[in-house]
Design a protein around this ligand. Structure first.
Ligand code: SAH
Length: 385
């Protein structure tokens, strides 16, 4: 579908806020709390320490096939798999780019829904340490209908479960630990909820995934909260809820326009929560968690890249006293198939950066890893191959 505005500014937009009835996958080990895991192994007639062993295999050793579980009784392994580890995601396609350092995976879920995840390994650069980032999907499709985003064009199919989200990370972690990417065996250092879906519209499952990711081994992946980024269109009540969780994940706010008139069109949920409200919520989040919030801003040629918009963006961000909590991340538009929009010219982008910097706003430009395999931001639109 061409990426065109879905409606004239000011007109009613077809927003979908809630998922249709969820077709739940079978309960999986990942979806259970620690006590529930113990109860589950006991229900199957085993001693409670087996729960610890299974978690050690699953989350720490990333051993997901029963023949790898050599510390568990051979005759019980299949029973555990059948009862507690149903297959949640099946890899149906894999594409590589950047000489193998970027891998996009297409997953089929138990009900046939399709989602994608992208694993990106970065070497140490002049300004950055080596890291590996896993970009995960939180929903099959998305209901936020942003006209420039490939996922947004198809609407929402359903929310993912915690298990389905964590499995994407575990798969990336496993590929890395097995040395399947150039650079030798490694670990996932960062997670970004920037794949398909609006994470804060699937709050409970996403928080379940975040808790599993930060839970120390053997019951979780033991990652640091600051290495996890939740990216949102700006669901204000959910941002406030997230601030109260006591898990200081990094928040990214997809702002894309500093004025309501344009943002109503680019991020249709803006008709519900305005620029000022979302920026306020982001500011409170930063203040409460002491984490800098990333303000995402796609650069679309002649749409939102004018010099006056750079000035207005700086003003909007500076309104709140201690505004050093914000950091602007410019993303060159990755045009979706048939898009009438293109990325800003480099000179225009440079002027936009210059104006923000002149007003003291920290700004970086996002790289477009994986764009040649439609694996870059906003290009994920899963279709079976
Ligand atoms: N729903 C969430 C997370 C998924 S999108 C959100 O909107 O933040 C992750 C980021 O990619 C968002 O900032 C989104 O606006 C951006 N994005 C979407 N489509 C894009 C495109 N075609 N080119 C560049 N960035 C895009």
């Amino acid at each position: 579908m061409p990426a065109q505005p879905l409606a004239e500014p000011g007109k009613e937009l077809p927003l979908v806020f809630t998922a249709p009835k969820r077709r739940k996958p079978a309960a999986h080990w990942i979806d259970l709390g620690i006590d529930e895991r113990i109860a589950a192994v006991q229900r199957l007639g085993h001693q409670k320490f087996r729960a610890q062993q299974l978690s050690h295999q699953w989350f720490e050793r990333l051993a997901h096939t029963p023949d790898e579980w050599t510390d568990l009784p051979a005759n019980a392994r299949q029973q555990f798999v059948d009862e507690l580890f149903p297959t949640l995601v099946t890899e149906i396609n894999q594409q590589r780019a950047d000489r193998g350092a970027t891998i996009k995976t297409l997953w089929k879920l138990h009900d046939g829904s399709l989602v994608e995840s992208v694993l990106m390994r970065y070497g140490a650069g002049e300004h950055s340490a080596a890291r590996t980032t896993m970009c995960v999907s939180s929903q099959a499709g998305c209901g936020m209908a942003c006209p420039f985003c490939a996922t947004g064009q198809g609407g929402l199919q359903r929310n993912l479960s915690t298990g389905e989200i964590v499995m994407q990370v575990l798969d990336g972690a496993r590929k890395l630990s097995r040395g399947e990417l150039p650079g030798g065996p490694g670990r996932v250092s960062n997670i970004v909820f920037m794949g398909m879906g609006e994470p804060l519209a699937n709050y409970k499952a996403v928080m379940g995934a975040v808790r599993t990711l930060v839970e120390p081994a053997p019951n979780g992946l033991g990652m640091s909260a600051r290495g996890i980024t939740v990216s949102t269109v700006g669901l204000v009540p959910r941002i406030e809820q997230l601030a109260g969780e006591g898990i200081p994940v990094t928040l990214a706010l997809s702002l894309h326009a500093p004025d309501d008139e344009l943002r109503d069109e680019l991020v249709p949920i803006n008709t519900r929560w305005k620029v000022d409200e979302v920026v306020d919520a982001a500011w409170h989040y930063a203040e409460k968690t002491r984490r800098r919030v990333s303000i995402e801003y796609i650069m679309i040629k002649d749409i939102n890249d004018q010099p006056e918009r750079a000035d207005l963006l700086a003003r909007v961000l500076k309104k709140r006293g201690d505004w050093g909590w914000f950091h602007v991340n410019l993303i060159p538009l990755n045009p979706t198939p048939g898009s009438i929009w293109t990325a800003s010219d480099p000179a225009v982008e440079a002027e936009f950066v210059r104006r923000l910097q002149a007003r003291g706003v920290p700004v970086t430009i996002r790289d477009t890893r994986g764009s040649d395999i439609d694996g870059a931001c906003g290009q994920l639109a899963a279709t079976a191959v």
